[in-house]
Design a protein around this ligand. Structure first.
Ligand code: 4AZ
Length: 525
């Protein structure tokens, strides 16, 4: 956590802190979770992973020129990961033309040969397309739902209809979401999200809805006049009428046979709460001094220890789940290498009880050379007990908007200057959210800010997150409830002018988060 004037911390880029370095850890000992084939030839990470005391998993892109090159590699579709040499924009594309200098007498034969090849190729394409379409395996699933594991496409209306169509049941997952400022319950039905009326709602349905969102418990539901919620959620309404015996079979609430297409006869819609979160029962404002955090000020802050040293931050989002950045765990997604610490201010933890990790999942589209999808979840082996010093932060809801300029907080044990040592005490700082428009301006991060990112900090520099803060919270208070708006992801240097911190945008990640938690709970009673 850097809280210095930018002029004090101008660090000239050196080969040591800008060049990609080789990963020194033995990869044969690493169990990789949630990776696709593309990940397997482990490429050099662009970051320096130096696991010395209080060092961190860095995610600072190389400075300006190399930074642009780095990101070109990610975005340029003809970049060859084998050679790792990105084609320069001015590089002419050279085509190797076989037989160009052969004798003229070959031309006739060559032409015939080419025609045969062309014909053969055409036949192959036609057969593949016919077979593919016949089997429902289209080349693209445009306008359809793709079954994740099999690349099979099913019609959108078959998604969330209560009947399993995909081999692994993916079409019946992610069928529930909470939306807008008031946590309005929505179910996906016939390809559309519909807001649930409170007409025939009961708490047994609430238990099912929370389970489908991946929560272990249900707290309460209430109702709101339909007219008081965001306009976007008022248009498509649905009632769920399910009898008690249906619920005893632990039915999923979106099951179409129980949905009736109505307007809400009561004129009211359902809101639900699955977790008491986002409060700081042990924090007293009077004891805050400087930018060292006070006990209970950020009770959701986690310290992720890799082989007994602090490496990254994380946030408690339920009693079993910690949210962090994919770049913290990529290539090290092996639970026994990690231990988590909660409820602490001071490092090192000196005998404090470490929490064991059961499972690590990172976004399967995350690539170490990329900056998108920088999100991961760690499942604890045992549930946490909340006590005021250890508390969960709320996830935001779908469609929730956090205004530019909103003052939020970052926290962690990161370095207090770029390339510096980690901090012994947890630091925290106030940072305003920066719009994507401003953050994408020339001279800031033009062309690099995607819908998976949110910027926060000061264009004048001076206060920022830094190495070792990665994965930790960007937390914003909204009507006395704290919400996780971002997870510390990357930035150019720390606290530099025009280079604010970039955070993984949690509203964008909700679908992925709930899906992982829901899948992980499948089969639990
Ligand atoms: C890092 O390397 C890192 N200034 C985290 C945050 C920022 C830069 C780097 C933002 O983990």
């Amino acid at each position: 956590m850097a809280a210095l004037r930018s002029t004090e911390i101008q660090v000239a880029p050196t080969a040591e802190n800008t060049e990609p370095q080789e990963d020194k850890t033995d990869p044969s000992r690493i169990e990789v979770v949630s990776v696709t084939d593309e990940d397997l030839p482990t490429v050099e990470t662009p970051t320096t992973i130096n696991v010395s005391p209080l060092t961190s998993r860095s995610n600072t892109p190389p400075p300006d020129s190399s930074f642009e090159k780095h990101s070109d590699q990610v975005r340029n579709p003809i970049y060859d990961p084998q050679t790792q040499v990105p084609p320069s924009p001015t590089m002419p594309i050279t085509k190797v033309q076989p037989f160009m200098n052969e004798e003229k007498t070959w031309h006739g034969r060559l032409f015939a040969c080419r025609m045969e090849l062309l014909f053969g190729g055409c036949v192959l394409v036609v057969v593949t397309l016919t077979l593919g379409i016949g089997l429902g395996v289209g080349l693209s699933c445009e306008g359809k739902f793709r079954c994740g594991t099999s690349s099979r496409c099913i019609s959108i209306s078959a998604q969330c209809d209560g009947i399993v169509d995909c081999e692994e049941g993916e079409d019946e997952l992610s069928c529930v979401r909470l939306s807008g400022k008031s946590s309005v319950l929505q179910v996906r039905s016939e390809g559309e999200w519909k807001t649930v009326c409170s007409d025939e709602w009961n708490s047994a349905l609430g238990v099912s809805a929370c389970k489908q969102l991946g929560y272990a418990r249900y707290v309460e539901s209430s109702s709101l006049p339909c007219s008081s919620i965001e306009q976007d959620f008022q248009n498509n309404l649905i009632s769920i009428n399910i009898n008690r015996s249906g619920l005893q079979q632990a039915i999923k609430i979106h099951n179409a046979s129980h949905l009736s297409k109505t307007q809400c006869s009561s004129g009211r819609v359902t809101t639900i709460k699955c977790l008491d979160c986002g409060t700081r029962p042990r924090f007293s404002r009077r004891i805050v001094g400087g930018n060292v955090s006070a006990s209970g000020q950020f009770p959701w802050q986690v310290s992720l220890h890799f082989q007994n040293e602090h490496l990254c931050g994380g946030s408690i989002i339920t009693s079993r789940w910690i949210l962090t950045a994919a770049h913290c765990v990529y290539g090290f997604a092996y639970p026994t290498l990690w231990a988590l610490h909660v409820g602490l201010i001071e490092q090192p933890v000196n005998g404090a009880q470490a929490l064991a990790v059961e499972k690590i999942i990172y976004h399967d589209r995350y690539r170490p050379k990329g900056l998108d999808y920088d999100i991961a979840l760690m499942k604890l082996a045992e549930p946490l007990i909340f006590n005021g010093y250890v508390e969960p932060i709320c996830l935001p809801n779908f469609g929730e908007n956090f205004e530019d300029g909103l003052i939020c907080w970052i926290s962690g044990w990161g370095a207090s200057e770029d390339g510096g040592e980690g901090s012994v005490l947890m630091h925290s700082a106030r940072v305003p959210l920066i719009s994507t428009k401003v953050c994408s301006q020339p001279g800031v991060y033009q062309g690099f800010i995607s819908s998976w990112m949110i910027c926060a900090g000061y264009l004048e520099g001076g206060t920022d997150s830094c190495q070792g803060d990665s994965g930790g919270p960007l937390a914003c208070e909204d009507m006395a409830v704290w919400k996780l708006v971002g997870a510390t992801s990357w930035g150019q240097g720390c606290a530099e002018r025009n280079k604010p911190g970039v955070y993984t945008r949690i509203t964008q990640s909700l679908y992925w988060i709930h899906l992982q938690m829901e899948v992980s709970r499948e089969g639990e009673t």
